[in-house]
Design a protein around this ligand. Structure first.
Ligand SMILES: *Cc1c(COP(=O)(O)O)cnc(C)c1O
Length: 398
């Protein structure tokens, strides 16, 4: 598979093990390849295409924006930034937003806030607590915060200043940090996406919030994958009724237009000042319009409720039809971010599913990940299960 596609793209760096299909257009939750074959999209560009493809409200708005203004410069005010920042802060209890173009950039800004927050307090060598199985991106800082050796290996020396602990183990967190005056922040994904769709428990999130409060540490939540309505609430941490000091967004925020955002509250919102940070593309008018329209359409079309309702249906159907198969260890997730964990590596399912007309991914080697557009219908959810079941059965029988 890899050889075929590398041969097909000799001028593109072979940084991905690609499935040998090429997609050309989409409509709703369906896409078609260059040969006219149809696929049901249960991946949405990895939780990116919030509104599916060719959305009848999003596309005219983006066309309008392209004709007006795509990009200017952060030398000047960009009204869309204020508009989107207000929409985002209204849906959280955050104070302000820095805009960039990707998830790793959003996390990079969060880590810079943490370091300077510490340095401003007189901590010369600030340290940030991160987690086993975490994924925060592939820049030097975010790769250093990431746990997966496949991401990190070969790129040393990585950044210092990270302490790694096990998820959902409060005692371990306390022991790893007790008496350490250099800690400035705890950074985590409320649901570890690339790490196998493992959620942080609600009481754990609340305990970490309290520990951060007691010590003056920033709680920094990476909601790049789990945020923007994917779990049925605007942001995954809202299930635990806590408020972070810093939160990062990207993937689903622009329904496919590149965009990232770092939200901050309280002292964290005052750390970065003029000249401390920036991004050429960050906050450009086209990306801002995509974010504003995504939120507007999600609200108009009640997509949080849809993610909850169709997500529960999809999870129930997966449990009913796959859950009892020997070799299926777990069906878990929230809203339309669902994982089916198998007892063996299942990366080959990505290609097999595509051949069967279904787009999905596999995370952490053994977990089938479903992250369809939030416009998914129950009929489409049933179709996902019907197409997936024989593939999983065959893989487990092999
Ligand atoms: C995808 C992802 C990132 C990185 O986002 P990029 O846009 O690829 O840089 C960071 N954190 C989480 C949780 C992600 O899922």
């Amino acid at each position: 598979m890899t050889a075929t596609t590398q041969a097909a793209s000799p001028h593109v760096m072979p940084t991905y093990g690609r499935v040998p299909i090429a997609l050309e257009r989409g409509q709703g939750c369906r896409v078609w390849d260059v040969n006219g074959k149809e696929y049901l999209d249960a991946l949405a560009g990895i939780a990116v295409n919030t509104l599916g493809h060719n959305h009848p409200k999003l596309v005219p708005a983006l066309q309008d924006q392209v004709a007006k203004l795509i990009h200017t410069s952060n030398y000047y005010h960009v009204p869309g930034q204020e508009q989107l920042a207000r929409l985002l802060t209204e849906r959280t209890q955050m104070d302000n937003v820095f805009f960039c173009s990707t998830g790793l950039e959003a996390n990079e800004a969060a880590l810079k806030i943490a370091r300077k927050y510490g340095v401003d307090k007189g901590i010369a060598l600030p340290q940030v607590v991160v987690y086993d199985h975490a994924f925060h991106g592939r820049s030097f800082a975010t790769m250093s915060a990431t746990a997966n050796p496949k991401v990190r290996n070969g790129f040393g020396p990585l950044l210092d200043g990270f302490i790694r602990v096990a998820p959902n183990d409060y005692t371990a967190l306390v022991e790893a940090t007790e008496g350490n005056p250099n800690i400035v922040a705890v950074m985590m994904e409320p649901i570890q996406g690339e790490g196998g769709l493992h959620p942080m428990r609600i009481e754990y999130l609340q305990q970490v919030r309290a520990l951060c409060d007691a010590n003056g540490w920033l709680l920094m939540l990476d909601e790049v994958q789990a945020g923007m309505g994917r779990t049925g609430k605007w942001f995954a941490h809202q299930w635990a009724d806590i408020v972070p000091d810093v939160m990062t967004l990207a993937k689903g925020l622009g329904s496919g237009v590149p965009i990232g955002a770092t939200l901050a509250r309280g002292a964290a919102a005052q750390v970065l000042q003029a000249g401390n940070h920036g991004s050429t593309f960050g906050g450009n008018p086209l990306a801002m319009r995509a974010g504003v329209e995504t939120i507007r359409i999600m609200e108009e079309d009640a997509l949080l409720a849809n993610a909850t309702r169709v997500g529960e249906h999809l999870k129930a159907q997966l449990k009913a039809q796959l859950g009892a198969l020997p070799g299926v260890l777990d069906v878990r997730g929230q809203g339309l971010l669902i994982g089916v964990e198998l007892n063996k590596p299942c990366g080959e399912l990505i290609g097999q599913a595509a051949a069967a007309g279904l787009l999905l991914s596999v995370t952490s080697d053994t977990v089938v990940r479903l992250a369809p557009p939030l416009i998914l219908t129950t009929a489409e959810a049933d179709e996902i299960v019907a197409r997936l079941k024989p593939l999983v059965q065959a893989l487990l029988a092999a």
